[in-house]
Design a protein around this ligand. Structure first.
Ligand code: NDP
Length: 306
Protein backbone atom coordinates (compact mmCIF):
# COMPACT_ATOMS: atom_id res chain seq x y z
CA UNK A 1 0.00 0.00 0.00
CA UNK A 2 1.41 3.43 -0.87
CA UNK A 3 1.84 6.02 1.83
CA UNK A 4 -0.62 8.89 1.60
CA UNK A 5 1.11 12.19 2.38
CA UNK A 6 -1.54 13.94 4.43
CA UNK A 7 -1.31 17.71 3.92
CA UNK A 8 -3.99 18.43 6.49
CA UNK A 9 -2.00 16.67 9.21
CA UNK A 10 1.17 18.56 8.29
CA UNK A 11 -0.71 21.86 8.07
CA UNK A 12 -2.13 21.31 11.57
CA UNK A 13 1.34 20.54 12.89
CA UNK A 14 2.79 23.71 11.32
CA UNK A 15 -0.08 25.82 12.65
CA UNK A 16 0.32 24.47 16.18
CA UNK A 17 4.05 25.23 16.06
CA UNK A 18 3.32 28.80 14.95
CA UNK A 19 0.73 29.41 17.67
CA UNK A 20 3.14 29.85 20.64
CA UNK A 21 5.39 32.09 18.52
CA UNK A 22 2.44 34.37 17.76
CA UNK A 23 1.35 34.26 21.40
CA UNK A 24 4.86 35.24 22.56
CA UNK A 25 4.86 38.24 20.23
CA UNK A 26 1.35 39.23 21.28
CA UNK A 27 2.42 39.02 24.94
CA UNK A 28 5.27 41.40 24.10
CA UNK A 29 2.74 43.82 22.60
CA UNK A 30 3.78 43.01 19.03
CA UNK A 31 0.93 41.03 17.44
CA UNK A 32 1.88 40.06 13.86
CA UNK A 33 -0.19 41.70 11.12
CA UNK A 34 -1.01 40.63 7.55
CA UNK A 35 -2.37 43.05 4.95
CA UNK A 36 -4.43 41.46 2.21
CA UNK A 37 -5.50 43.05 -1.07
CA UNK A 38 -8.46 41.38 -2.76
CA UNK A 39 -9.26 43.39 -5.89
CA UNK A 40 -12.36 42.68 -7.94
CA UNK A 41 -14.77 39.78 -7.73
CA UNK A 42 -12.90 36.60 -8.71
CA UNK A 43 -14.89 33.88 -6.89
CA UNK A 44 -11.86 31.59 -6.43
CA UNK A 45 -9.84 34.47 -4.93
CA UNK A 46 -12.66 35.31 -2.53
CA UNK A 47 -12.60 31.75 -1.16
CA UNK A 48 -8.78 31.71 -0.89
CA UNK A 49 -8.73 35.06 0.93
CA UNK A 50 -11.50 33.94 3.30
CA UNK A 51 -9.45 30.86 4.19
CA UNK A 52 -6.30 32.90 4.68
CA UNK A 53 -8.09 35.30 7.03
CA UNK A 54 -9.53 32.33 8.92
CA UNK A 55 -6.01 30.95 9.37
CA UNK A 56 -4.88 34.35 10.73
CA UNK A 57 -7.75 34.33 13.22
CA UNK A 58 -6.90 30.79 14.29
CA UNK A 59 -3.33 31.88 15.13
CA UNK A 60 -4.11 35.31 16.57
CA UNK A 61 -2.50 37.18 13.66
CA UNK A 62 -4.18 40.52 12.97
CA UNK A 63 -5.35 40.83 9.39
CA UNK A 64 -6.45 43.85 7.42
CA UNK A 65 -8.18 43.42 4.07
CA UNK A 66 -8.73 46.01 1.35
CA UNK A 67 -11.23 45.17 -1.37
CA UNK A 68 -10.86 47.71 -4.17
CA UNK A 69 -13.37 47.44 -7.02
CA UNK A 70 -12.86 45.57 -10.31
CA UNK A 71 -11.92 48.80 -12.14
CA UNK A 72 -9.13 49.75 -9.71
CA UNK A 73 -6.04 51.35 -11.26
CA UNK A 74 -2.49 50.03 -10.83
CA UNK A 75 -1.50 53.24 -9.03
CA UNK A 76 -4.23 52.87 -6.41
CA UNK A 77 -3.04 49.36 -5.53
CA UNK A 78 0.55 50.56 -5.33
CA UNK A 79 -0.57 53.30 -2.92
CA UNK A 80 -2.10 50.70 -0.58
CA UNK A 81 1.07 48.61 -0.77
CA UNK A 82 3.25 51.65 -0.05
CA UNK A 83 1.11 52.63 2.92
CA UNK A 84 1.52 49.10 4.35
CA UNK A 85 5.24 49.05 3.55
CA UNK A 86 5.60 51.99 5.92
CA UNK A 87 3.44 50.65 8.73
CA UNK A 88 5.04 48.89 11.68
CA UNK A 89 1.92 46.89 12.49
CA UNK A 90 1.86 45.22 9.06
CA UNK A 91 4.48 42.47 8.81
CA UNK A 92 3.29 40.67 5.70
CA UNK A 93 1.56 41.88 2.53
CA UNK A 94 -0.43 39.55 0.32
CA UNK A 95 -1.69 40.66 -3.07
CA UNK A 96 -4.21 38.02 -4.11
CA UNK A 97 -3.78 37.01 -7.74
CA UNK A 98 -5.14 37.26 -10.35
CA UNK A 99 -5.57 41.02 -10.28
CA UNK A 100 -8.15 42.62 -12.62
CA UNK A 101 -7.07 42.64 -16.26
CA UNK A 102 -6.20 46.34 -16.57
CA UNK A 103 -3.81 46.17 -13.59
CA UNK A 104 -0.07 45.79 -14.16
CA UNK A 105 0.40 42.93 -11.67
CA UNK A 106 4.18 42.95 -11.95
CA UNK A 107 4.40 46.60 -10.88
CA UNK A 108 2.12 45.99 -7.90
CA UNK A 109 4.08 42.93 -6.76
CA UNK A 110 7.38 44.80 -7.20
CA UNK A 111 6.10 47.58 -4.95
CA UNK A 112 5.85 45.20 -1.97
CA UNK A 113 8.80 45.65 0.41
CA UNK A 114 10.81 42.41 0.07
CA UNK A 115 10.86 41.80 3.83
CA UNK A 116 7.03 42.04 3.89
CA UNK A 117 6.57 39.73 0.91
CA UNK A 118 4.37 37.10 2.59
CA UNK A 119 4.04 35.13 -0.65
CA UNK A 120 7.82 34.93 -1.20
CA UNK A 121 7.58 35.85 -4.88
CA UNK A 122 9.27 39.28 -5.02
CA UNK A 123 12.30 39.09 -7.37
CA UNK A 124 14.51 40.04 -4.46
CA UNK A 125 13.33 36.96 -2.56
CA UNK A 126 13.62 34.83 -5.69
CA UNK A 127 17.26 35.94 -5.78
CA UNK A 128 17.63 34.94 -2.14
CA UNK A 129 16.19 31.53 -2.98
CA UNK A 130 18.58 31.06 -5.91
CA UNK A 131 21.50 32.03 -3.67
CA UNK A 132 20.18 29.83 -0.81
CA UNK A 133 20.02 32.87 1.47
CA UNK A 134 17.33 33.12 4.16
CA UNK A 135 14.13 34.91 3.23
CA UNK A 136 10.46 34.21 2.61
CA UNK A 137 9.96 31.32 0.19
CA UNK A 138 7.06 30.86 -2.23
CA UNK A 139 4.35 29.24 -0.11
CA UNK A 140 3.34 26.17 -2.15
CA UNK A 141 6.93 25.06 -2.85
CA UNK A 142 7.89 25.64 0.80
CA UNK A 143 4.87 23.54 1.84
CA UNK A 144 5.96 20.71 -0.46
CA UNK A 145 9.41 20.65 1.15
CA UNK A 146 7.85 20.61 4.64
CA UNK A 147 5.70 17.66 3.61
CA UNK A 148 8.63 15.68 2.20
CA UNK A 149 10.78 16.36 5.24
CA UNK A 150 8.12 15.62 7.83
CA UNK A 151 7.32 12.31 6.15
CA UNK A 152 11.04 11.49 6.02
CA UNK A 153 11.11 11.13 2.24
CA UNK A 154 14.80 11.07 1.26
CA UNK A 155 15.76 13.90 -1.11
CA UNK A 156 19.58 14.04 -1.17
CA UNK A 157 20.99 12.09 -4.08
CA UNK A 158 17.53 11.33 -5.50
CA UNK A 159 16.29 12.13 -8.99
CA UNK A 160 13.55 14.78 -8.84
CA UNK A 161 11.50 15.74 -11.88
CA UNK A 162 9.32 18.84 -11.74
CA UNK A 163 6.70 19.18 -14.46
CA UNK A 164 5.85 22.89 -14.75
CA UNK A 165 8.11 25.95 -14.77
CA UNK A 166 5.92 28.69 -13.30
CA UNK A 167 7.44 31.37 -11.09
CA UNK A 168 5.17 30.47 -8.16
CA UNK A 169 5.47 26.66 -8.18
CA UNK A 170 7.68 24.89 -10.74
CA UNK A 171 10.85 26.98 -10.61
CA UNK A 172 10.97 27.58 -6.85
CA UNK A 173 10.18 23.95 -5.93
CA UNK A 174 12.96 22.82 -8.30
CA UNK A 175 15.42 25.15 -6.56
CA UNK A 176 14.35 24.01 -3.09
CA UNK A 177 14.84 20.37 -4.11
CA UNK A 178 18.23 21.27 -5.60
CA UNK A 179 19.27 22.91 -2.32
CA UNK A 180 18.33 19.64 -0.61
CA UNK A 181 20.79 17.92 -2.98
CA UNK A 182 18.35 16.24 -5.34
CA UNK A 183 19.34 15.93 -9.00
CA UNK A 184 16.61 18.02 -10.56
CA UNK A 185 15.08 18.13 -14.03
CA UNK A 186 12.48 20.77 -14.90
CA UNK A 187 9.98 19.88 -17.62
CA UNK A 188 7.39 21.94 -19.50
CA UNK A 189 5.09 21.83 -22.50
CA UNK A 190 7.99 21.53 -24.96
CA UNK A 191 9.79 18.68 -23.18
CA UNK A 192 10.39 15.75 -25.52
CA UNK A 193 9.17 12.33 -24.37
CA UNK A 194 7.81 13.61 -21.06
CA UNK A 195 6.69 10.16 -19.80
CA UNK A 196 10.24 8.78 -20.16
CA UNK A 197 11.73 11.76 -18.28
CA UNK A 198 9.12 11.44 -15.53
CA UNK A 199 9.78 7.71 -15.18
CA UNK A 200 13.32 8.56 -14.05
CA UNK A 201 11.97 10.41 -11.02
CA UNK A 202 12.24 9.20 -7.45
CA UNK A 203 10.30 12.36 -6.62
CA UNK A 204 7.86 13.56 -9.27
CA UNK A 205 6.25 16.97 -8.78
CA UNK A 206 3.31 17.70 -11.09
CA UNK A 207 2.50 21.43 -11.28
CA UNK A 208 0.83 21.57 -14.66
CA UNK A 209 -2.85 22.45 -14.36
CA UNK A 210 -4.13 19.54 -16.50
CA UNK A 211 -6.55 17.13 -14.90
CA UNK A 212 -5.21 13.58 -14.44
CA UNK A 213 -2.50 14.04 -17.09
CA UNK A 214 0.14 12.08 -15.16
CA UNK A 215 -0.91 8.50 -15.81
CA UNK A 216 0.79 5.24 -14.87
CA UNK A 217 3.31 5.39 -17.71
CA UNK A 218 4.80 8.59 -16.22
CA UNK A 219 5.44 7.03 -12.81
CA UNK A 220 8.36 4.84 -11.75
CA UNK A 221 7.07 2.13 -9.41
CA UNK A 222 7.58 3.25 -5.81
CA UNK A 223 8.20 6.92 -6.65
CA UNK A 224 6.93 9.76 -4.49
CA UNK A 225 4.38 11.80 -6.44
CA UNK A 226 3.56 15.34 -5.33
CA UNK A 227 0.43 16.51 -7.09
CA UNK A 228 0.12 20.29 -7.02
CA UNK A 229 -2.66 20.49 -9.60
CA UNK A 230 -6.06 21.83 -8.62
CA UNK A 231 -8.31 21.38 -11.62
CA UNK A 232 -12.04 21.81 -11.32
CA UNK A 233 -13.84 19.60 -13.81
CA UNK A 234 -17.44 20.31 -14.61
CA UNK A 235 -18.12 17.63 -17.24
CA UNK A 236 -19.84 14.54 -15.81
CA UNK A 237 -18.38 12.43 -18.62
CA UNK A 238 -14.85 13.51 -17.72
CA UNK A 239 -15.53 12.88 -14.02
CA UNK A 240 -16.79 9.38 -14.86
CA UNK A 241 -13.69 8.69 -16.98
CA UNK A 242 -11.17 9.98 -14.44
CA UNK A 243 -12.84 8.33 -11.44
CA UNK A 244 -13.71 5.16 -13.38
CA UNK A 245 -17.42 5.41 -12.71
CA UNK A 246 -16.92 5.49 -8.91
CA UNK A 247 -20.44 5.80 -7.48
CA UNK A 248 -19.22 7.97 -4.55
CA UNK A 249 -17.38 10.39 -6.80
CA UNK A 250 -20.25 10.66 -9.26
CA UNK A 251 -22.68 11.30 -6.38
CA UNK A 252 -20.34 14.07 -5.18
CA UNK A 253 -20.22 15.46 -8.73
CA UNK A 254 -24.03 15.43 -8.99
CA UNK A 255 -24.30 17.29 -5.67
CA UNK A 256 -21.76 20.02 -6.49
CA UNK A 257 -21.79 20.11 -10.28
CA UNK A 258 -18.01 19.79 -10.38
CA UNK A 259 -15.09 17.90 -8.85
CA UNK A 260 -11.54 18.83 -7.93
CA UNK A 261 -8.91 16.72 -9.70
CA UNK A 262 -5.15 16.86 -9.46
CA UNK A 263 -2.62 16.63 -12.29
CA UNK A 264 -2.09 12.93 -11.56
CA UNK A 265 -4.54 10.19 -12.43
CA UNK A 266 -5.89 9.28 -8.97
CA UNK A 267 -6.08 5.52 -9.64
CA UNK A 268 -2.75 5.16 -11.42
CA UNK A 269 -0.89 7.14 -8.76
CA UNK A 270 -2.38 5.02 -5.98
CA UNK A 271 -1.38 1.88 -7.88
CA UNK A 272 2.20 2.80 -8.84
CA UNK A 273 3.56 5.39 -6.38
CA UNK A 274 5.29 4.52 -3.12
CA UNK A 275 3.93 7.73 -1.57
CA UNK A 276 1.69 10.47 -2.92
CA UNK A 277 -0.31 13.55 -2.05
CA UNK A 278 -4.08 13.22 -2.51
CA UNK A 279 -6.20 15.93 -4.13
CA UNK A 280 -7.82 17.48 -2.19
CA UNK A 281 -5.98 17.24 1.14
CA UNK A 282 -2.38 17.08 -0.07
CA UNK A 283 -0.44 20.16 -1.14
CA UNK A 284 -3.38 22.59 -0.97
CA UNK A 285 -3.64 22.96 2.83
CA UNK A 286 0.10 23.64 3.15
CA UNK A 287 0.07 26.79 1.05
CA UNK A 288 -1.86 28.77 3.65
CA UNK A 289 0.19 27.32 6.52
CA UNK A 290 3.38 28.54 4.82
CA UNK A 291 1.83 31.98 4.24
CA UNK A 292 1.29 32.13 7.99
CA UNK A 293 4.86 30.92 8.58
CA UNK A 294 6.25 33.67 6.32
CA UNK A 295 4.17 36.29 8.14
CA UNK A 296 5.29 35.12 11.57
CA UNK A 297 8.94 34.94 10.45
CA UNK A 298 8.70 38.46 9.02
CA UNK A 299 7.22 39.69 12.29
CA UNK A 300 10.02 38.09 14.22
CA UNK A 301 12.39 40.07 12.05
CA UNK A 302 14.15 37.06 10.61
CA UNK A 303 13.80 38.06 6.97
CA UNK A 304 16.53 40.71 7.10
CA UNK A 305 17.16 43.48 4.59
CA UNK A 306 17.42 42.68 0.91
P1 NDP B 1 1.01 27.68 -14.81
O1 NDP B 1 -0.09 27.61 -15.79
O2 NDP B 1 1.65 28.98 -14.50
O3 NDP B 1 2.19 26.69 -15.30
C1 NDP B 1 1.90 25.43 -15.81
C2 NDP B 1 3.16 24.78 -16.28
O4 NDP B 1 2.81 23.49 -16.80
C3 NDP B 1 3.86 25.54 -17.40
O5 NDP B 1 5.23 25.60 -17.16
C4 NDP B 1 3.55 24.71 -18.64
O6 NDP B 1 4.58 24.68 -19.59
C5 NDP B 1 3.41 23.33 -18.06
N1 NDP B 1 2.56 22.50 -18.93
C6 NDP B 1 1.32 22.78 -19.37
N2 NDP B 1 0.87 21.78 -20.16
C7 NDP B 1 1.86 20.87 -20.21
C8 NDP B 1 2.02 19.64 -20.86
N3 NDP B 1 1.06 19.13 -21.64
N4 NDP B 1 3.17 18.95 -20.69
C9 NDP B 1 4.15 19.46 -19.91
N5 NDP B 1 4.06 20.62 -19.27
C10 NDP B 1 2.94 21.32 -19.40
O7 NDP B 1 0.47 26.96 -13.51
P2 NDP B 1 0.90 27.07 -11.95
O8 NDP B 1 2.30 26.65 -11.76
O9 NDP B 1 0.45 28.37 -11.41
O10 NDP B 1 -0.09 25.97 -11.35
C11 NDP B 1 -0.02 24.62 -11.73
C12 NDP B 1 -1.16 23.86 -11.08
O11 NDP B 1 -1.00 23.93 -9.67
C13 NDP B 1 -2.55 24.43 -11.37
O12 NDP B 1 -3.48 23.36 -11.39
C14 NDP B 1 -2.84 25.30 -10.15
O13 NDP B 1 -4.21 25.43 -9.89
C15 NDP B 1 -2.17 24.50 -9.08
N6 NDP B 1 -1.74 25.27 -7.91
C16 NDP B 1 -2.03 24.75 -6.70
C17 NDP B 1 -1.65 25.39 -5.56
C18 NDP B 1 -1.95 24.77 -4.26
O14 NDP B 1 -1.93 25.45 -3.26
N7 NDP B 1 -2.21 23.46 -4.23
C19 NDP B 1 -0.95 26.69 -5.61
C20 NDP B 1 -0.62 27.12 -6.96
C21 NDP B 1 -1.02 26.43 -8.06
P3 NDP B 1 5.03 26.00 -20.44
O15 NDP B 1 5.81 26.83 -19.49
O16 NDP B 1 5.85 25.43 -21.55
O17 NDP B 1 3.76 26.65 -20.90
Amino acid sequence: MPQILDGIRVRDAIMSELQPRVAAMAAAGRTPGLGVILAGHDPGSQIYVRNKIKACQQLGIRSETRTPPEDVATGELIEIVQEWNGRRDIDGILVQLPLPRQVDSKRVLLAVAPDKDADGIHPCNVGRLVAALPGPRACTPAGILELLKRYGIPIAGKRAVVVGRSDIVGKPVALLLLHEHATVTICHSKTADLPAVCREADILVAAIGRAAMITGDYIKPGATVIDVGMNRIDSRGEAARIFRDSADKLAAFDKKGSLLVGDADPFDVAEKAGAYTPVPGGVGPLTIAMLMANTVAAAEGRAGPC
